[in-house]
Write a protein that binds this ligand. Structure first.
Ligand SMILES: [Zn+2]
Length: 365
């Protein structure tokens, strides 16, 4: 049977590696076993990720983030890698970038940094091979919450280090309004975007307040995406600016953007709480999010998957049908039931993100 490839547009791998010591060469089951009785599952849930699960789920490429939080949003004593100054942010972000280089350097058969079109091509060709079941997972580095950049002049350095996508916000930042901290693009934000565009970064609108996102949609001349975000319209009862309102979605679609839909229960059913149990949410609500984007666009070319797995939540907070990242394949039959063709499903699972990468990565050697 043909199992389609998946590209996942958001995973905070380095944050997990450096905060919790997680080792993603292991299976999710092995990591859960190791962490049993410890504090990590309490703070970040049971892991949903592991290299063997990428293989069975045919997850060929992941947008892997650099992410650290400002100290004012620290989640607890355990949340050690937060910053109070931009210099601190800079060194924390450097350490995460180095962690990806180390991971790919030590396990080139398992993980590869994707910085160019030829890197991408090599990873995809490997996944086409039928003489082996073991394929390297491509990592496209995405900087979330861009306060690791102290000055636009530094962007060149981050590009050289392999960063290809930048999201200026998480909470509100020096660059723009963000989650629970609304506001427009600031002067620093405009300067950041200007330099990002000159170099060729993709702009990630996730976490940006709608006001800032709409300004960026009007002014950013290059590719815009939302790596992980859901449609606010399907979340009655929520007024969170973390979700994407229709005007932002419409403009993203017009601008050729792709939206990575998130299988997090609280983002699928407003008001969901861990005490409600994971059984209270079905993956059909994720299908509804995908369908909403496709109906709005009139085609299947703007929806993708942005799991955000292990990004502050784990197994306990995802729909009951999902045991790990490999479980996302269940979306194929569910979408088929809704009338989506094989080509539509391939678009949503991987081709839409591949198109973005193909159009925006530099050519390479
Ligand atoms: Zn995020």
């Amino acid at each position: 049977m043909h199992i389609p490839l998946i590209i996942d547009s958001h995973e905070d791998l380095a944050w997990n590696m450096l905060t919790f010591g997680r080792d993603y060469t292991l299976s999710a089951a092995e990591t859960r076993q190791r962490e049993q009785g410890g504090l990590t599952p309490l703070h970040n849930g049971d892991t949903l990720l592991g290299w063997p699960e990428y293989q069975t789920g045919r997850v060929a490429v992941v947008f892997s983030t650099l992410f650290n939080a400002p100290a004012r949003r620290r989640l607890g004593e355990w949340d050690a890698l937060c910053y109070t100054t931009f210099d601190e942010a800079h060194s924390l972000y450097r350490a995460q970038l180095e962690a990806y280089h180390r991971l790919a350097g030590e396990h080139p058969d398992m993980f590869r940094l994707v910085q160019t079109r030829s890197d991408l091509q090599a990873v995809l060709e490997h996944w086409q091979r039928t003489d082996t079941d073991e394929h390297p997972v491509g990592l496209v580095v995405l900087m979330e919450n861009a306060e690791g950049v102290r000055h636009p002049a530094e962007l060149e350095e981050w590009w050289e280090g392999g960063v290809r996508i930048i999201g200026p916000a998480w909470a509100g930042t020096r660059y723009c309004g963000g989650t629970r901290e609304p506001g427009p693009l600031t002067a620093d934000g405009h300067a950041l975007l200007k330099r990002m565009a000159e170099i060729g970064f993709v702009l990630d609108l996730s976490h940006m307040d709608a006001q800032a996102a709409l300004q960026a949609l009007d002014s950013y001349p290059r590719q815009v995406i939302a790596s992980h975000g859901n449609a606010l319209a399907l979340l009655p009862g929520s007024d969170s600016n973390r979700h994407l309102p229709d005007d932002v979605l419409r403009r993203l679609i017009e601008r050729g953007g792709v939206i990575g839909l998130v299988p997090l229960n609280a983002f699928l059913k407003a008001g969901w709480h861990k005490s409600d149990g994971r059984e209270a949410v079905s993956v059909d609500l994720l299908v509804a999010q995908i369908d909403y984007i496709c109906q709005m666009a009139g085609d299947a070319r703007h929806a993708g998957l942005g799991s955000d797995f292990d990004g502050g939540f784990g197994l306990q907070s995802v729909p009951s049908e999902l045991d790990s990242i490999a479980g996302l394949q269940i979306l194929a039959p569910r979408l088929t039931q809704k009338g989506y063709t094989e080509a539509n499903i391939a678009a949503i699972f991987s081709q839409n993100w591949l198109g973005i990468l193909h159009d925006n990565l530099p050519e390479g050697a």
